[in-house]
Design a protein around this ligand. Structure first.
Ligand SMILES: Cc1cc2nc3c(=O)[nH]c(=O)nc-3n(C[C@H](O)[C@H](O)[C@H](O)COP(=O)(O)OP(=O)(O)OC[C@H]3O[C@@H](n4cnc5c(N)ncnc54)[C@H](O)[C@@H]3O)c2cc1C
Length: 469
């Protein structure tokens, strides 16, 4: 039989898409990458995924997993390979309230995990703008971060167990519910963050936490980034490390937000250099229950710290969210980040991580270097400041490849000099291959190649991504 017949017999011919039916899978979210898959296949079970992987191997065809297609680095691009979507594998098998975990298939969309956890009084603490489309398999494969990493860690830290179809079609069942298991190598961690280059994740066991009973959320203007860090540390001390999000929007971000999304408004009547969105949460009843004046004690804690810092001149303005609606409005301004950059060209997009006390120095040095290389170039930054992760985008004055490469290298030089990483949360995909080649420790790259060769000797599993050729 031919390829399409083989695939049809494995997953049903209605689940083998070709021609125009493939369009929405072949193009990435930002429209930066346009692929040409041979077919899009939609398996509905782990056994069907395994059958598809075996068929791809028999036909010597690359196979590329795709989940929500919200990735920003071209990880799902293929020309001449098969795209395997996990969208039909969307069952939440079980939520275990007492053990605080959820067992789910890889095609479950994050918001569905949030809703399923909420029904049991629990919370799945992976939260970012694309949560309405991104799927469990995709967030595991990119080790996604988001706004709550400060408190709960990134996806890797939330995963207890994993099921993976290996490049030879065998199923690795590590669906452990254990918090401790020292019986040899922790194999699941090899697949988390591998961006589909080592196998296809089909299911996972994820941790849940008690649902917050109250939030304290504020938008504020700080005098400087070091002063903002002081606020973070004071709030962590006052709440026992329960700050969930600490997001930084510099002047450049607010200016672009005003331009691109005037409907969202700006918090202050002027644009400060440093705007911070801080959020803390509590599950403790007495911190969450309104007092005689109707004030929530956790909110009062934040209010007191903000007032003290305003008296000291470290904070110049602050607004507390007094309702869920106000809280959502604050988050909408932050979550418009991916959208407000669309249409701005040319761009040099980075996703870097710095030690928390070096973020300020990074921005000063990177902007100075840019000014020397390309006077008049602009930047827009938005950051998960609480974990040192900056989305720093430079907009050169002309679309010149050599100039863009110089800008990227200059930014990476500053990052490396300050002990940072050129890739914090979006993965490597195709976009960051040159940075991998330049910046990753050659021994680490060698170990990665050895692993890839051992598991995928024919190089058919999402080839050409993550590891530079
Ligand atoms: C508006 C917006 C905001 C975002 N904010 C954040 C943020 O705050 N933090 C953050 O970390 N990221 C963020 N992202 C990017 C983020 O990486 C992705 O949204 C998400 O992690 C990818 O999930 P996905 O299901 O869309 O995966 P896809 O885009 O479909 O795939 C991503 C990669 O994983 C591989 N893959 C997909 N499924 C599987 C599988 N089952 N097994 C093996 N490999 C697989 C793909 O081949 C690809 O390489 C944002 C994106 C957008 C559009």
């Amino acid at each position: 039989m031919g390829l399409l017949e083989d695939l049809g017999s494995a997953v049903g011919s209605a689940n083998v898409l070709t021609g125009a039916d493939m369009a929405r899978y072949a193009r990435d979210w930002m429209g930066r990458y346009e692929g040409q898959p041979v077919a899009v296949i939609r398996p509905g079970s782990t056994a069907e995924v395994a059958a598809c992987v075996k068929i791809a191997a028999q036909h010597s065809l690359p196979i590329v997993p795709i989940s929500g297609n919200t990735g920003l680095v071209g990880g799902t691009m293929t020309r001449g390979g098969l795209l395997l979507t996990l969208e039909r594998m969307n069952r939440i098998r079980e939520v275990k309230r007492d053990a605080k975990l959820v067992i789910a298939e890889a095609g479950v969309i994050l918001t569905r995990l949030h809703e399923a956890a909420e029904k049991e009084g629990l919370y799945f603490p992976l939260w970012f703008g694309a949560r309405g489309s991104a799927m469990l398999g995709g967030v595991l494969s990119t080790n996604a971060g988001g706004s709550n990493v400060l408190r709960y860690g990134s996806t890797r830290g939330l995963c207890l167990g994993l099921e993976v179809v290996l490049p030879d079609g065998r199923v690795l069942n590590r669906m452990s519910e254990l918090h401790k298991d020292n019986s040899g190598y922790d194999l699941k961690n090899i697949f988390i963050g591998a961006e589909g280059t080592l196998g296809i994740i089909t299911a996972a066991v994820m941790k849940l936490v008690p649902a917050p009973k109250a939030h304290a959320t504020a938008t504020l203007a700080a005098r400087s980034l070091p002063d903002a860090l002081t606020l973070l540390n004071r709030m962590q001390e006052a709440t026992g490390n329960r700050v969930e999000a600490f997001e930084f929007m510099p002047r450049t971000y607010s200016e672009r937000l005003r331009e691109a999304r005037p409907d969202l408004g700006l918090p202050f009547d002027h644009i400060p250099d440093v705007t911070i969105l801080i959020e803390s949460a509590t599950t403790v009843p007495h911190e969450a229950t309104p007092d005689a004046n109707g004030d929530i004690p956790l909110v009062l804690t934040l209010e007191t710290i903000l007032a003290e810092m305003m008296d000291a001149g470290l904070i110049t303005d602050a607004i507390l969210a007094r309702s869920e609606q106000q809280r959502r409005a604050m988050w909408a301004r932050r979550e418009a980040a991916a959208e407000i950059g669309v249409g701005l060209h040319p761009e040099v997009d980075t996703d870097v991580c710095l030690p928390l006390d070096k973020v300020d120095t990074f921005l000063t040095r990177a902007i100075a270097k840019l000014e020397t290389l390309d006077p008049g170039a602009r930047t827009i930054t938005v950051a998960h400041l609480g974990d040192g992760n900056l989305h720093f985008t430079a907009y050169p004055t002309r679309d010149d490849k050599q100039l863009k490469d110089q800008v990227l290298e200059a930014i990476e030089d500053v990052v490396a000099d300050l002990g940072g990483s050129f890739s914090a949360e979006h993965g490597v995909g195709l976009s960051k291959l040159s940075s991998m080649k330049r910046r990753k420790d050659p021994v680490a790259l060698d170990v990665m190649r050895t692993l890839k060769q051992a598991l995928d000797p024919k190089n058919l599993m999402n080839p050409g991504k993550v590891i530079p050729g």
